[in-house]
Ligand binder design. Sequence first.
Ligand code: FE
Length: 198
Amino acid sequence: MSAKIRTQEEIAARVKALEALMIEKGIMTTEAVDRLAEIYENEVGPQLGASVVAKAWTDPDFKARLLENATTACAELGIGGLQGEDMVVVENTADIHNVITCTLCSCYPWPVLGLPPNWYKEPAYRARIVREPRAVLREDFGVDVPDSVEVRVWDSSSEMRYWVLPRRPAGSEDLDEKALAALVTRDSMIGTGVVAAP
Ligand code: FE
């Protein structure tokens, strides 16, 4: 397979070709492909990660287990599966801001965040976030990380998929788990966003 896939059209064409081949060989059915696409378009998405974050914010024991082993902690909530066999959650604090990428391709924790956004897969993000994360966060995402806060960039791979436990915002003390989850955005779990105060 060529290492230089440049456009969405080329990727789409390759996906179609692979899908046709797998159906022809009897490895997959059209129904199975449609069902998989439906699952990741409609059912598995950042709302699952957000529910994990909200639980971690309200349950210190769960948070400890999540930071110890994200895969087994998520499994407690019935969350897991494809592309999430080995997940690692890194915690944002007053002193550390974490951000994730995959410098090699587009590895991403599907079970909690769904499919990655297009920009996550672009070489521009993958290369630059490693070299100058503060500038990327500020210029591309409007996130200003103060100089006093250390920025850590985590490079995911097919073996290890990182995601971020964002900071609980001020003013959210009275919110229940469900209301907290509604505040948590996809980008805050990638580290290219922060959770805004309610
Ligand atoms: Fe990758």
